[in-house]
Design a protein around this ligand. Structure first.
Ligand code: NAD
Ligand code: IPM
Ligand code: MN
Length: 370
């Protein structure tokens, strides 16, 4: 199997967690005899500093020339005074648009070993397995007009969707739900917004083609509450761009940390893989970053861009086993959970997952050899 991966580590903890994720991918390639190549390029604040642009042409070219893009995180407080089009985050929005993926898959799982890391009671989080399908190329992020008039002190952003944009992401949500627990919860604000009424109508129309999948509609405000009260009620959660951004971070509470959440963006020319979290300037450079979101993102690369499902699962199993053994980065080492746990660094966590993965692939290969 050949796979050309563009690695855009970005800012803050981006390089720290991406280093561990690529190490895992290299191990899979080595043990399985695959040919994975890694091309590093700059994005975000480090790219602005080096070249004046948050998405240099060389980076975009490398991304478009790859089979998968693995991104760390962008964002640096030193650019906070810049307008949105000049900030590190603009580089991320530009690359998303250029790659064309419109369906951002954000799984949110409750890990048994981490039940004490969540402020929610274990009986609330137990067995939670939610897949957010977040529309990624529309809504307020890209709608026109957008401006800030400093003379009149007025600013505007536009939440815009076409029916076609809703239908294509809804189809992905229904397809995925039909292979899971067969339920789609579509999130909107149809009691107030025309764009949400269009969203609801388009999603309902797509649902007709999936009679074995149940569709429910939830308003975004009460959805934010239900997600904490009864997260087990949800299977696939389909949202527009900004609602999905907010709710998927909220869902980090179920797992115990934002640092645990992976994502994959599909549907475009090249799939884009990024953990859900940001550059975490508050802990950058301290060795405290949790690399598991990035490592689980590497598993999604294998699942969605390489059809190496067994290896994707092996990575996920390795993460489970390291957590089961009690190893924690500080974000998941909550006081209540201390008992038999040991707090470790980003590097140490990466190394332990690597070891567990190598052992499990070795076991699989020797079983096949018998
Ligand atoms: P953040 O996700 O960077 O951090 C939120 C909180 O979670 C912080 O306390 C942080 O320390 C913690 N956290 C996040 N990831 C962690 C990890 N892997 N391990 C341990 N703790 C972790 O969000 P923020 O602070 O609101 O934003 C910081 C910057 O990141 C901003 O510039 C923002 O625009 C950017 N951002 C980028 C992305 C991306 O590149 N995909 C996503 C979100 C935010
Ligand atoms: C995310 C981030 C981005 C988003 C920002 C950094 C542009 O918060 O990936 O969740 O809002 O999509
Ligand atoms: Mn976000």
């Amino acid at each position: 199997m050949r796979l050309k991966i563009a690695v855009l580590a970005g800012d803050g903890i981006g390089p720290e967690v991406t280093h561990e994720a690529t190490k895992i991918l290299r191990a899979v390639a080595e043990l399985g005899g695959h040919d994975f190549t890694f091309t590093e390029a700059l994005i975000g604040g480090v790219a602005i500093t080096a070249s004046g642009s948050p998405l240099p042409t060389a980076t975009l070219d490398a991304a478009l020339d790859s089979d998968a893009v693995l991104l760390g995180a962008v964002g640096d407080n030193k650019f906070n005074a810049l307008t949105p089009d000049k900030r590190p985050e603009a580089g991320l929005l530009q690359i998303r648009q250029a790659l064309g993926g419109f369906a951002n898959l954000r799984p949110s799982l409750a890990f048994q070993a981490l039940s004490a890391s969540s402020p929610l009671r274990p009986e609330v989080t137990q067995n939670v397995d939610i897949l957010f399908v977040r529309e990624l190329l529309g809504g307020l992020y890209f709608g026109q007009p957008r401006w800030w008039n400093h003379e009149t002190n007025e600013a505007i952003n536009t939440m815009r969707y076409t029916k076609a944009e809703v239908v294509r992401v809804a189809r992905i949500a229904f397809e995925l739900a039909s292979k899971r627990r067969k339920k789609v919860t579509s999130v909107d604000k149809a009691n107030v917004l025309e764009v949400s009424q269009l969203w609801r109508a388009a999603v309902s129309e797509v649902a007709q083609d999936y009679p074995d999948v149940t569709l429910e509609h939830q308003l975004v405000d009460s959805m934010a509450m239900h997600l904490m009260n009864i997260p087990r009620n949800f299977d696939v959660v389909l949202t527009e761009n900004l609602f999905g951004d907010i709710l998927s971070d909220e869902a980090g509470v179920i797992t115990g940390s934002l640092g645990m959440l992976p994502s994959a963006t599909i549907g475009g020319a090249v799939n884009l893989y990024e953990p859900v979290h940001g550059s975490a300037p508050d802990i950058a450079g301290t060795g405290k970053a949790n690399p598991l979101g990035a490592i689980l993102t590497a598993a999604m690369v294998l699942r969605h861009s390489a059809h190496l499902e067994a290896d994707a699962r092996a990575i996920e199993q390795a993460v489970h086993s390291v957590l089961d053994a009690g190893y924690r980065t500080p974000d998941i080492a909550q006081a209540a959970a201390k008992g038999n746990t040991q707090t470790i660094t980003t590097r140490e966590m990466g190394k332990l997952v690597h070891q567990a993965l190598v052992e499990s692939i070795d076991r699989r290969q020797s079983m096949h050899a018998v």
